[in-house]
Design a binder for this molecule. Structure first.
Ligand SMILES: Cc1cc2nc3c(=O)[nH]c(=O)nc-3n(C[C@H](O)[C@H](O)[C@H](O)COP(=O)(O)OP(=O)(O)OC[C@H]3O[C@@H](n4cnc5c(N)ncnc54)[C@H](O)[C@@H]3O)c2cc1C
Length: 280
């Protein structure tokens, strides 16, 4: 069979591409060496909030992506999108000095809050911060799985890709088009000009009774309390080449950091995740 498109990599990027091509009546094959959302997308805390900064083509693109994604998730996967709002807290004085300057460039509903206003949400912070009302967190693995439930999926490691007579050949599969959505991994073709690398990160899910209705992001992300679970996550180790074993101790480092901002006294680690995000 000749597919219209073969998509390599079944993270959120590959699953979304596969879904939208299928909506356009394409015959799509999705391939992943480990399974659906087995890379960064499965590990992510999956916090969604807009890019902060001055106007630029990249900011316009990410703002459009943010607004599109929120609408799409709310319409199609309301059970997997938790619109808690996200408070973006400046990491340091320099960032804090830009909070008001950047506000005129926001393309999403927001409020600028003082530390005493933020304390009512349960966070102890030093600087004025921005609450994006439409932000939140999603269940990325579940969304990926739903997106591709009607799409042909094969699990194997793609070692090389070839093209003959305008047809792409991946192992014994053939397609007219190919999409690479392999996350931080870029050994299938020469990507020097893009310079994609990996950043290693951890996410810990903790049980807690703490009342926390809003999520926040500073140098780590802290989710709202969702059914007795609070997610802490951060990608923090730059330029890691290979994946590493998952390490609980990193979750306890995140917990220590979080304890400067919220009451973590009843937090108990339930599950640890780790993975690589792309970075360039
Ligand atoms: C701990 C952590 C926390 C994060 N938190 C957030 C967050 O809060 N908000 C946010 O927006 N982002 C977050 N990220 C980043 C986010 O997860 C990534 O940007 C996103 O998941 C990238 O998706 P992707 O589909 O491009 O890549 P991935 O999800 O990494 O998917 C790539 C897939 O390609 C497959 N693959 C690679 N090479 C091959 C091959 N040769 N053959 C077959 N299959 C192959 C892999 O197995 C993998 O499944 C976080 C990341 C981590 C690790």
């Amino acid at each position: 069979m000749l597919y219209d498109t073969v998509v390599i990599g079944a993270g959120i990027a590959g699953c979304s591409v596969a879904y939208f091509l299928k909506q356009k009546n394409q015959k799509v094959l999705l391939v992943d060496k480990e399974g659906i959302a087995s890379g960064g997308s499965g590990a992510a805390g999956a916090f969604l909030s807009p890019k902060i900064g001055v106007s630029s083509p990249l900011k316009d693109l990410t703002d459009d992506a943010f607004n599109f994604t929120i609408d799409f998730y709310k319409k199609n996967f309301p059970q997997y999108y938790h619109q808690t709002g996200v408070i973006r807290v400046p990491k340091d004085e320099l960032n804090a000095s830009k909070t008001s300057k950047y506000s005129k460039f926001h393309n999403a509903k927001y409020a600028e809050l003082t530390p005493s206003q933020i304390s009512k949400y349960g966070f102890d912070v030093r600087y004025n911060s921005t609450l994006f009302f439409d932000g939140g967190t999603c269940d990325a693995k579940e969304i990926c799985t739903e997106l591709v439930k009607d799409i042909d999926f094969l699990r194997f490691d793609v070692k090389d890709i070839t093209k003959k007579d305008d047809v792409w050949i991946v192992k014994d599969k053939k397609a007219k088009n190919i999409v690479l959505s392999t996350g931080f991994e870029n050994d299938l073709f020469d990507m020097r000009y893009m310079g994609i690398k990996g950043t290693w990160g951890n996410r810990g899910d903790f049980s807690s009774q703490l009342k926390l209705d809003v999520s926040m992001h500073e140098s780590l992300s802290i989710s709202a309390n969702m059914g007795g679970v609070i997610k802490l996550g951060a990608t923090h180790e730059l330029e890691v080449i290979d994946k590493k074993p998952c390490d609980d101790s990193k979750d306890y480092e995140l917990l220590e950091k979080a304890s400067n901002m919220i009451d973590t006294s009843d937090f108990k680690l339930i599950k640890t995740y780790c993975g690589m995000r792309e970075w360039e």
